[in-house]
Design a protein around this ligand. Structure first.
Ligand SMILES: [Zn+2]
Length: 261
C-alpha cells in the first residue's frame, strides 16, 4: 500500500507541473471564496473558515524551510508569497481550470503564488503528511525562479528543477532509492540530456522524478551543495563547475546508484 502511494506521489508532481505549464494564466479564477486568514513572516494564507486550524501547521512548515532554501540559493524575496488553501480537491481542480483532474493533482505554483488542497481533506491518494511536502516542493520552484532571475526556465534542465525541488522537500527516501536502483540495474537509464529535454509526459513516463532526485542527491553528496546551486544558476557550465564532462558525471551517478557487491 505504502509503495503504491509513493509511486503516486511522484506522478502527482508531474501532473502538477503539467498544469503549471499548460494553463498558467487561468490559475486562480476560483479563489474568491478564500479569505486572507493568516500571515506569517514570509507568507500570506488564504482559506475558508474550516481550514483556519491547519494554517499554523502550514506556516510552520514553510517558515521552517524558508531560510535554508533562500540562503542556499542566495536570494531575498521582498514580498510575501500567497498560499491559497482550497477546501477540497474539486474546488482546487476548478481553480486550476482542470476540473476533471484525477485525485492526485493537489498542488501547483504559479508566479509568486502557491495553491494546494487542504491537508485536512487530502482526497483518496494523498495524506496530510505528503501535502506538507508538496507545498515545500512548490515553494522551491518559486525560489529557483528568483535565483535564476531573467534567465527563466527555458535553459534549466527538467531533471535539475524537479530533482532539487524534491530534494529540498524531503521527497527522497530509501524506497525511492530502491526503485531507481532496480530500474538502473534492469536497463540503461535515460541520459541526463534526455531527462533535461523530455516533455512533461515523457518525463513522467521515464520515471523522471525518481531518477532526478537521485541525480541531485548524488551531486550534493559527492560534490557539495555549493556546486549544485552554481549549476542551477548556470547549467550550461556543468563542465567548468565540476571539472568533468556531463558524460563522466553520468557514469559516476550510475555507479553511485548500484549497491556495492
Ligand atoms: Zn515540481
Amino acid at each position: 500500500m505504502r509503495k503504491k502511494i509513493r509511486l503516486k506521489v511522484l506522478h502527482i508532481l508531474s501532473i502538477g507541473m503539467f498544469v503549471l505549464l499548460t494553463i498558467p494564466k487561468l490559475v486562480g479564477q476560483n479563489s474568491d471564496s478564500l479569505n486572507l486568514a493568516k500571515e506569517s513572516q514570509h507568507f500570506a494564507f488564504y482559506s475558508t473558515n474550516d481550514d483556519l486550524k491547519v494554517l499554523d501547521s502550514l506556516a510552520i512548515t514553510l517558515e521552517n524551510n524558508y531560510s535554508r532554501i533562500t540562503n542556499r540559493l542566495g536570494i531575498q524575496i521582498e514580498k510575501k508569497i500567497n498560499v491559497k488553501v482550497f477546501p477540497n480537491i474539486k474546488a482546487f481542480h476548478v481553480a486550476i481550470n482542470y476540473p476533471d483532474a484525477p485525485d492526485w493533482v493537489v498542488g501547483s505554483s504559479n508566479g509568486d503564488e502557491l495553491m494546494m488542497v487542504s491537508p485536512l481533506n487530502p482526497g483518496t491518494v494523498h495524506t496530510y503528511e505528503s501535502l506538507m511536502q508538496v507545498i515545500v516542493h512548490e515553494f522551491v520552484h518559486i525560489a529557483v525562479s528568483y535565483a535564476r532571475g531573467d534567465k527563466g526556465w527555458t535553459t534549466l534542465p527538467r531533471w535539475l528543477n524537479e530533482g532539487y525541488a524534491q530534494y529540498e522537500a524531503g521527497q527522497i527516501n530509501e524506497h525511492i532509492r530502491k526503485i531507481v536502483e532496480s530500474s538502473v540495474i534492469a536497463k540503461t537509464p535515460p541520459t541526463w540530456t534526455q531527462l533535461a529535454t523530455a516533455s512533461v509526459v515523457e518525463f513522467g513516463n521515464m520515471n523522471g522524478y525518481g531518477l532526478s532526485v537521485t541525480i541531485v542527491d548524488f551531486l550534493i553528496v559527492t560534490y557539495g551543495i555549493e556546486k549544485l546551486v552554481l549549476l542551477i544558476k548556470e547549467p550550461e557550465n556543468i563542465e567548468i563547475i565540476y571539472g568533468l564532462s556531463q558524460n563522466a558525471l553520468e557514469k559516476q551517478w550510475i555507479q553511485y546508484l548500484k549497491p556495492e557487491k
